[in-house]
Design a protein around this ligand. Structure first.
Ligand SMILES: Nc1ncnc2c1ncn2[C@@H]1O[C@H](COP(=O)(O)OP(=O)(O)OP(=O)(O)O)[C@@H](O)[C@H]1O
Length: 275
């Protein structure tokens, strides 16, 4: 599905962020199409989280602009933006006394007026979000007793309860076992929302993203479909790792190649065995 409005949705136009005199995001443009899943790739420290925080309006750009339906984010206002854009960061901190359902219900806050009790629609959105993330059984459990992966899923559920049209995720598969990684990305890819997701796993990005944006030192070095972007040359150039790329059902599959350890030649000092 493509966006019929020329300036619709959440967009970053030549955004830069300077911190301590260093450009950590440098002139990045990202125009996600409605409903698509855009993967943000790049080595550690390349600016993925900072770009997500600029898109979320948590950080202000030093140059360039982030717009929501054509209006700069500061003009849209925090509350109105929160009804549209949900974010899941890398490190979620939430008051420990809350139950899982309470945490997920926080997603409804932007939709509720002050002092007005939760409506049936709020309760339905929370129940649906718990179901979609497989946390129904955990609803009454207190947050601080959850495993790392369950906390991650609860934060995704909170974002879903928000019923956003734009979803920003920073390494959402971090703490998840492989089954939950696949379930989560299946879920994200199936949602009728525009998603920008920072990922480290190139194979998961290849499987689930419609488009990829690769950053290095804050700058875009490649953008396009997974097949166009994830070439051996790009992977070696950006990550310094040799890789073999094949294709399955039009999606790249990446196998990383490490040089075999060089056998010691006769007479050469061998490393001492670990005691
Ligand atoms: N508040 C800050 N003050 C100083 N430097 C910062 C600040 N925030 C980020 N940086 C630096 O900016 C660069 C980009 O950081 P960022 O967290 O956006 O990278 P990333 O691509 O998300 O990294 P990772 O894959 O390791 O999560 C890093 O070098 C980081 O140290």
């Amino acid at each position: 599905m493509t966006d019929s409005r020329p300036d619709g949705g959440l967009r970053a136009d030549r955004v830069a962020r300077r911190t301590d005199g260093r450009l950590i995001v440098d002139g990045v443009t990202l125009f996600p199409r409605t409903g698509e899943t855009v993967g943000l790739l790049g080595p550690n420290g390349s600016g993925k989280s900072t770009l997500l925080r600029l898109l979320a309006g948590v950080l202000a750009p030093s140059a360039g602009v982030v717009t929501l339906d054509g209006r700069p984010l500061p003009e849209v206002g925090r509350r109105a933006a929160a009804r549209r854009v949900a974010t899941v960061g890398q490190h979620a901190h939430t008051q420990t006394e809350l139950t899982v359902r309470d945490v997920v219900a926080l997603g409804r806050v932007p939709h509720r007026r002050l002092w007005v009790p939760a409506s049936d629609a709020d309760a339905r959105a929370v129940t649906a979000a718990l179901e979609r993330t497989g946390l129904t059984d955990r609803a009454a459990q207190s947050w601080h007793t959850l495993s790392g992966g369950e906390r991650q899923r609860a934060q995704i559920a909170r974002a879903l309860a928000q019923e956003p049209r734009e979803l920003l995720l920073d390494e959402p598969t971090n703490h998840l076992d492989i089954q939950h990684q696949l379930d989560l990305l299946d879920l994200i890819a199936s949602l009728p929302v525009t998603t920008v997701v920072a990922l480290h796993d190139l194979n998961l990005a290849a499987m689930y993203c419609d488009r990829l944006l690769v950053l290095r030192e804050g700058r875009t070095v490649a953008e396009g479909s997974p097949s166009d972007v994830l070439t051996p040359a790009l992977i070696e150039d950006v990550y310094g790792v040799r890789a073999e790329v094949t294709h399955e059902r039009d999606r790249p599959v990446i196998r990383f190649l490490r040089r075999a350890p060089r056998p010691a030649s006769p007479g050469e000092d061998r490393p001492s065995p670990v005691p």
